[in-house]
Design a protein around this ligand. Structure first.
Ligand code: ZN
Length: 359
């Protein structure tokens, strides 16, 4: 869970979501992991058959709260089966959608997009941490903050700003100050140190700050920022290496995604810039338009959602499952790289897509 949540922090899931460990003992010894898009009774059966006691899925099995567990529907049947067989269920859902190397980046790679970025970056996730350090300890404090996850700006790490100034304090009775004497006003040279900090790392960053800072009382400020987190958010936008005709682009979709059908809107111009969102992505049509995309690829578009973007971009509905079908590769790469020698990491053979196509 630590490895999965370092890559897709739970704090990045949407408010309606329910990602994380869904069922099972967090101390369970992992014997094998089966990866699936959805967790169904057949997937749990396959896990047991193939010697796996953890299922890692994209969609959370428990999404709406349960009031009883009687096996009345497939969700409850899956859960009962997992409990009876001592199989743990874990889901990384919108938190995996929202990271830069998640579901949408994977889909963009499969379509051959270049120069990509997140389509709708998320505000409210970042803070600025300011602290005041005697210059002798600035390097150590910064090193501790970086190790705790502060100071990252896009692909740049160890980012900080510092300015020299004068700090004043009077240690109270009973203190044992790093510098100065109780009851005596003290003036000292200090660095004001500023770093960017993801809000969900606040607790560990403050613990690291206190451990590395020489003062008994550490002065700091955490200021929540309006800035969007450039590496976290919904959808993705990138460019095809060469422009394709709308028909060629739809052929690319069918081949790359193995889909028999693409539902689309009429569009005449060449397709070069492509926005996309795995799963149900109608909420990003406006962002795709604003980004100047020639096509927007997603799933689960409803009839009336096809209206409104006429002549501006081609809407392409490739199916919810189909747009997310490569998500298992993200889990597999991550788990195999970290635990490949400890236990097997297998992709489920069970097809969980309930949608069929007739022609
Ligand atoms: Zn989905």
């Amino acid at each position: 869970m630590r490895v999965l949540e370092a890559a897709a922090p739970l704090a990045y899931q949407e408010s309606y979501d329910n990602a994380g460990l869904q069922c099972g003992d967090p101390q369970l010894e992992v014997r094998g992991v089966l990866i699936a898009l959805d967790c169904t009774p057949a997937v749990v059966d396959e896990a047991v058959r193939r010697g796996c006691n953890v299922v890692v899925a994209h969609h959370p099995l428990i999404f709406k709260p349960l009031k009883r567990l009687t096996g009345a529907n497939e969700v409850e049947q899956t859960l009962l089966k997992a409990i009876k067989n001592d199989v743990a269920l874990y889901a990384a859902h919108t938190n995996l959608d929202n990271v830069a190397h998640g579901v949408n980046r994977k889909l963009a790679d499969k379509l051959g997009l270049e120069n990509g970025r997140i389509l709708d970056t998320k505000p409210g996730l970042l803070a600025k941490l300011i602290t005041y350090v005697p210059a002798t300890h600035t390097a150590a404090v910064l090193a501790a903050l970086y190790a705790a996850g502060a100071g990252q700006v896009g692909q740049y790490s160890e980012c900080s700003f510092r300015s020299e100034g004068t700090g004043t304090f009077t240690p109270g009775a009973g203190t044992s100050p790093f510098q100065g004497t109780p009851g005596q006003p003290e003036t000292t040279r200090e660095d004001r140190v500023e770093v960017l900090l993801p809000l969900h790392l606040q607790r560990s960053a403050l613990a690291a700050l206190r451990a590395a800072h020489p003062y008994e009382e550490v002065a700091y400020e955490i200021i929540k920022l309006e800035n969007s987190h450039q590496e976290v958010g919904s959808g993705f936008v990138g460019e095809l290496p060469e422009a394709l005709s709308p028909a060629e682009f739809r052929q690319r979709l069918r081949t790359a995604l193995g889909v028999p059908v693409v539902k689309y809107t009429d569009f005449e111009r060449p397709i070069k810039k492509v926005a996309l969102c795995g799963g149900a992505g109608s909420f990003l049509i406006g962002n795709a338009r604003a980004a100047g995309a020639d096509a927007y690829v997603t799933g689960d578009l409803k009839y009336h959602e096809y209206f409104g973007a006429e002549g501006q971009l081609m809407l392409c509905d490739v199916g919810h499952f189909e747009s997310e079908q490569f998500t298992g590769e993200i889990f597999q790469d991550l788990l195999a790289a970290n635990f490949g020698s400890n236990f097997a990491v297998l992709i489920a053979q069970t097809l969980t897509n309930p949608v069929r196509y007739d022609f």
